[in-house]
Design a protein around this ligand. Sequence first.
Ligand code: ATP
Ligand code: MG
Length: 257
Amino acid sequence: AYWPSSSSNTDLLVVENLEVKYAPELPSVINDVSFSLKAGERIGLLGRTGSGKSTLATSLMRFVEPTNGRITIDGIDISTIGVYDLRSKITFIPQDATLFSGTLRENLDPFGDHSDGECTEALRRVRMFADDTPPTQSIRPSRTPSRASSMHSEHFSTATTNIDSKPSISLDAQVSAGGTNFSQGQRQLIAMARALIRRSPIIIFDEATSSIDFETDSIIQATIREEFSGSLLLTDYDRLIILDKGKVEKHIVEFDT
Ligand code: ATP
Ligand code: MG
């Protein structure tokens, strides 16, 4: 059977009494955290810097292993699932999404499983194409001014309107190591496009809004709302979990957006 099955009405993700320590002698960073989520439900994880949001998010990918408690996805304890299998089902969009050097197409579809059309469509859906971008929301090149004149600049439209129907970026665009020729927000958008192509049932989005410009952030928020409505997202909306010093301080279930 396909795992995880996203159709059922049962809990897709269950976190039970989770405790995470980065080293045995260090204090718990996540301390007795429990919650469960259904498929398609979107939860926000809020808390001060250092409260453990990223640690909780990365635990779901087994980048860190719990000291106590467990995480199950569709009834299966993730510690019993190979990390390759686990990470192929979950898309994690980290606060500082990195890309690898190569073409944009290779970054979107590393194993060449999808058509150019699917890749282009995903880029369009995250508004990385100028011809689909309202004039007020043009996607600009990396905010680092020196980058605008770099060798990659021909891949970007520098126009602020969408009169020109040429895409702002092509699948052949070169990506430098780490994706440094893209802004942090653009790297998150590209990671979101990759998630769209893979149709991941679980998407963990570690928001990095603080250092993202307003326009890109608006596009990210719109993409979350419009494109990921059927996926489990550890980000804004339906329900909030507020972490304080690694503990769940509050669950807010009734949350009007
Ligand atoms: P932010 O809002 O700044 O992203 P956060 O809520 O995501 O913060 P975490 O990054 O999960 O917080 O960090 C929680 C705690 O764990 C902090 O005290 C941090 O110093 C500690 N921590 C995070 N990563 C490690 C690590 N690799 N080794 C040791 N301690 C770590
Ligand atoms: Mg964090």
